[in-house]
Design a protein around this ligand. Sequence first.
Ligand SMILES: [Cu+2]
Length: 375
Amino acid sequence: MKSFFQRPITRRLMFAGGAALGGVQAVRAAFGADAGASHGAHGGGVRNGMPPIDETVHATHDGMITVGEVDSARNGFDPHEILTDWDRGRLVRDADGRVAREFDILAEDKEIEIAPGLLFPAWTYNGRVPGPTLRATEGERLRIRFRNFGSHPHSLHFHGIHAARMDGVPGAGEVPPGGEFVYEFDAFPFGCHLYHCHSVPLKRHIHKGLYGAFIVDPDPARHPEEAAAARSRLLGDPENLRWQEFVMVMNAFDTNFDDENEIYAVNTVAHAYTKHPIPIDRARPVRVYLVNVTEFDPINSFHLHANFFDYYDHGTTLTPTSRTIDTVMQCQAQRGILEFSFGNHESGQYMFHAHQTEFAELGWMSLFDVREGAA
Ligand SMILES: [Cu+2]
């Protein structure tokens, strides 16, 4: 964030005044109504000497989200599918008899639609932003083959435990265009983690879209004292199947390259879960793997309406690190697991969003559609 005086044209002025920087018109078009003009327009009649409220202005409050639909087929990814499409890789048996889990990731430049009609020149892992959600089990040997088809050097830097030569930084696993590298390490610790490119300038490589979630499920055999909790986190275990699990990567996009974000989202597409709420079966508990990769803004946050959740910071414990909270903030790369239930709620649409309300209005606003028996 920069002060008003350092940066005379801010995104707020863009919305309010229509300054014609590159990308600005597209942002305005994507949001339809003038997002900056309707504040203070609640109520009717003459108030404090002001003229009567124009009801058409008032109406923009109700629909203050992007207008239209993003073409997921053209993007090649759908934010609703990203919520649950775990990449489990494939299991192979090594010469020493140990089972390893292998993944393939490639980097490529790709234009993606982040709000209706608004294209962003992204750098992607496997053609999507965020990249694939890699999901492994604690203690497995992991092998990730990375090929760089992009126009710049890139890497995979994992938040996990590994040797320096596997760190995915310049000089250790950075891959030039056309090159390839295989990262290998063991899946520790269990938790909710992430990976991202660590080439320089780092803020540009991350912000362009090179990041993804990396989930390590606990191995119940290693946690006999908390085996039930561990089993509930182990993908495919009967205990786990009761849960509705979602991965949510909080991200944002600087569409005019002024080092400030114009669009905010969970899993890239602004307001995707406002227009098409996430179905929730009222009877089943909900677990969210939440990761913040937002560049340029120091923090992002998740606020749940009408409910409270338990939180596991970094997901590296089997007992909550915070209980009964309704808001959590994360700096970039911070992440955690949220657990909550709508079991005692009536059916309906329940909001969740960044409690930086500016982020919410610029795309990071969402809904759970809680129903009886929804799948
Ligand atoms: Cu990069």
